[in-house]
Design a binder for this molecule. Sequence first.
Ligand SMILES: *Cc1c(COP(=O)(O)O)cnc(C)c1O
Length: 388
Amino acid sequence: MREPALVPRLRPFTSTVFAEMTALAVRHDAVNLGQGFPDTDGPAGMLETAKNSLFGGDNQYPPGPGRPELRAAISRHRQRYGASYDPDTEILVTAGATEAIAASLIALTEAGDEVLVVEPYYDSYAAAVAMAGAQRRVIGLVETENGQLELDLDALRDAITPKTRAMLLNSPHNPTGTVFSRAQLEEVARLCVEHDLIAVTDEVYEHLVFDGAEHLPLASFPGMRERTVAISSAGKTFNCTGWKIGWICSTPELVAAVKAAKQFITFVSGGPLQPAVAYALDNELEWVENLRASLQEKRDRLSAGLADAGFAVRPSAGTYFVTADVRPLGFADAAELAWTLPERAGVAAVPVKVFTDHPDEWKHLLRFAFCKRNEVIDEAVERLRKLV
Ligand SMILES: *Cc1c(COP(=O)(O)O)cnc(C)c1O
């Protein structure tokens, strides 16, 4: 056999930091604040609905675009942003947001196209762009006077070329917890319209914005409805990251395009879970509001604990994550610290630089997940306090 077997464009993506970090955490019995998954269940009514589907004979292929009651519920849910999407032609259920992103890029971009990606980026983006055969062009974040991060709009303008086909935008933003402002999104929208770009928006944390802020879908800005593939997922909203029920909302043309790719990746998935997600979207948003409030408290709890342990904690306005600068503790490279942290302190976290093309610029930050029970957060903080 040919060696190495893996095609060159996928060779950078042979392992994920989450698998490696989780393995390390298990080996050293560490508190795992590396991978962002909750350690409590979603709403009971949703779980009950799933159980009834499983035992009610609902175990065969669902329709290709997704179960009609789920598409209808997604459409109703999206109306919270004043947007109307036809459940039959403008919504597609996917195997999580991950498949939605990959299928969108595979369907809409190809060799010779450039895709704008904001750095640091969710780890699947670079791999998905590579699978599509396109090239990523990264745009950084810059620090504002009040210590927040925002998009480097000058860099964005400079990065757009005649080859630019699409922009991937994630807000609220993993790993930094940044929620991009209305003014910034307005400018992103203006540039997408001016340069005829498709926007692929990753909105999986749409409900997890803190301090009274609201989620602003890029599709709601002028000229964007017809050029945006809006992606979300049940995983982060309803504490069911293992279910992998995601969706896209877009125009009939873009949905049909993404479906062409999606139907030959998984065709369908999670049939018996789809009615439960429909139920949750229609009936459990109060539960989600409580989740949001409790995550805001957990953010404060972990941020205060990390600050107390000597980290310089950065503000987080949404998501499951807070980032912290390790330099005040006397470390220069957060990745070196992260690889030894499970053994030294019994805590696992993820170095932000693994989500970037410019590791030197991001090497001082660690990402910690706070979507954990309070006693788990407290134990992690207790252990980190003994680090120096
Ligand atoms: C968790 C996450 C995803 C993956 O969502 P799934 O529905 O589990 O595929 C996508 N994007 C971001 C930013 C995430 O944090």
